[in-house]
Design a protein. Structure first.
Lengths: 329, 266
């Protein structure tokens, strides 16, 4: 359904120094910066799959989505989506796909969502009976039927996101691109969106590419995962393989009454980072060692607080980039 | 059959634009009323300027008061159509490029040129369209237009409006490279200002440039010259030819612009 081969996108931006002098200087002489947002990216997704595209900020996720949907033209490489080359922007292709962007809206801001839906109905030539059935079904699934007549600018982010999802699915696309659809939403709203996507996918078997910062989105929806960092693919495989890294490592934060010294033999053997001038440390450990190491530190150092976190995705990405063998352990 | 169904598709979309724009405009009632008053004041002040000049002279070049009034009304009628049907879109286009809102437009299965330049309609301009077109009929009667001239008038308005729109579309395409649209939009407004005067008030050199290379003077002077003097017949096929050239130029530049488009980051 989606195939990318050595896909590359290079952007050119211009440096500008701050202030008036910078503005004047850049007016007649601009220093160009060329940057690869995506480089030699290969991908093969079969029909009906949901793939998670995960990566830190600036990794190239959104650029990839824009190339898959034909919004921007690749600098080099090839893509085929649903039998079409996206950059040709054929009408048949545009009817087969949909894109939801968590940070942008396709709904008209100053009118109720239903007016935007009616406009989309005309764009995609959806027959009245099908359109009515679709908005009623999805409205009920998402619990937003009573919001159809409310001005979009008056809606909460979570409510608007649900309506954005509806707007993108009115024409029953074969491929759905979701670019951080849960960004900025509270936990309940995130879960609602995830449940809807899952249910809709089960009923309609469309192909979905999902980008997200949140591992929970990917864990709830995807069997397979693609990791991207610095525009390059870092991992492409089953979610289970990736969870080995995420699941067995934890960050433990200890806060001390006074700054402590890390000269002890105990800390020398550990992956530890000093924070707040020695009054706090972050210790990266295996989950199985948590109990023993924590009790040792609490007993031997002036601990006033401690908490644990799963290692954030950015840190996992760094570890994988440094040592790709982690995934095979 | 395919072409006809496409036309029907676009008309159905346009009808929805009318509806969404009206719904949007009516959400801000005071602003809606103020915009109507502003348009009417603009039309009134344009007449006042011409009337004042003719209070002190008999003719400008070879046109008497009624003739110039007819020309001014023709341009005001075009201006009213332009303000109501197109002008908001030119300002929004720059915004779409800067914010990346163009992304969603490019995904729709309708020509992106059509969506960008036609989706916002200003319903508050409708009273001004009615007023200026009524005045055009009035000044047409003052100039004793014949049957053929009356018959030709709607066609000439459509032709002029098409040329006027195409010139502005082509100018606006440069926003793909400039991104900031303020300069381009003010340039476009200056072009409109030029077009509100008949070609003969300009020097020979400027007249040649603005009647051919950048045919902004042709928009009003072409049809009005033809109505008053049939020996200017050649201006009408010239306008048609320029419409075709500008149409293809627009598509060429637009496609180059889309290739250049980088979108905004998320």
């Amino acid at each position: 359904m989606i195939k990318a081969d050595k896909l590359t996108k290079k952007f050119t931006t211009y440096k500008k120094e701050p202030g008036l002098s910078g503005a004047i200087k850049s007016f007649y002489q601009r220093d160009a910066i060329h940057k690869y947002a995506v480089k030699d990216f290969d991908l093969d997704i079969k029909s009906g799959e949901i793939i998670g595209l995960l990566g830190p900020n600036g990794a190239g996720k959104t650029t990839l989505m824009k190339m898959f949907t034909g919004i921007i033209v690749p600098s080099s490489g090839e893509i085929v989506v649903a039998g079409h080359v996206p950059s040709k922007r054929e009408k048949a292709f545009r009817k087969k796909i949909a894109l939801v962007m968590g940070q942008k809206s396709q709904l008209w801001w100053d009118i109720p969502a239903l007016d935007s839906f009616l406009l989309l109905q005309k764009y995609y030539e959806v027959p009245d009976s099908k359109f009515n059935k679709k908005i009623n079904e999805m409205g009920e699934m998402l619990g937003v039927t009573e919001l159809f007549d409310v001005h979009v600018r008056k809606l909460s982010l979570g409510e608007r996101m649900k309506l954005e999802l509806m707007a993108s699915l009115l024409h029953e696309p074969e491929v759905l691109f979701l670019d951080e659809p849960t960004i900025g939403l509270d936990l309940i709203a995130q879960e609602n969106i995830r449940n809807f996507i899952k249910e809709y996918h089960e009923e309609n078997n469309l192909t979905v590419i999902l980008t997200s910062h949140y591992m929970q989105d990917v864990q709830a929806l995807c069997k397979d995962l693609v990791l991207i960092a610095g525009g390059e693919k870092a991992f492409d495989g089953p979610l289970k393989s990736f969870e080995k890294v995420l699941g067995h490592k934890k960050s433990v934060y200890f806060t001390f009454k006074d700054a402590i010294s890390l000269d002890d033999q105990f800390f020398k053997e550990k992956d530890v980072q000093v924070l707040k001038g020695g009054r706090e440390i972050e210790l990266k450990i295996d989950e199985s060692d948590l109990r023993d190491l924590s009790s040792h530190i609490i007993q031997n150092y002036p601990v006033i607080d401690f908490h644990t976190e799963k290692i954030p995705i950015e840190k996992v990405m760094k570890s994988i980039m440094k040592n790709p063998e982690i995934l095979n352990q | 059959m395919g072409f006809l169904s496409e036309i029907k598709h676009y008309l159905r979309v346009y009808r929805r634009y009318l509806s969404t724009s009206a719904s949007q405009a009516m959400s801000f009632r005071t602003s809606f009323v103020l915009l109507i008053i502003m348009d009417l004041l603009f039309t009134g002040s344009s007449y006042f300027k011409i009337s004042f000049i003719y209070d002190h002279i008999e003719v400008i070049d070879h046109w008497v008061r009624h003739q110039l009034m007819f020309f001014v009304t023709f341009m005001l009628a075009l201006n009213a159509l332009n303000t109501t049907l197109l002008s908001t879109n030119f300002w929004m286009f720059s915004d779409d490029l800067k914010t990346g809102n163009l992304d969603y437009i490019l995904l729709k299965p309708v020509s992106s040129i059509y969506i960008v330049f036609f989706r916002y309609i200003k319903p508050s301009g409708i009273p001004n369209i009615i007023l200026t077109h009524s005045l055009l009929i009035y000044f047409g009667m003052q100039n004793n237009l014949g049957f053929i001239e009356w018959l030709m008038l709607p066609f000439l308005i459509v032709l002029s409006f098409t040329l006027y729109a195409l010139i502005q579309f082509v100018i606006s395409c440069s926003m793909f490279w400039l991104i900031e649209g303020l300069g381009i939009n003010f340039l476009r407004l200056q072009m409109q200002e030029l077009a509100r005067w008949p070609d003969f008030i300009f020097s020979k050199y400027l007249r040649t440039v603005f009647m051919s290379a950048i045919p902004i003077l042709l928009v009003g002077s072409g049809p009005v010259h033809f109505i008053f003097d049939r020996s200017y017949w050649y201006l009408i096929p010239l306008m048609l030819l320029l419409c075709f050239i500008l149409y293809y130029l627009l598509h060429f530049i637009w496609n180059r612009g889309l290739t250049h488009y980088d979108s905004a980051s998320s």
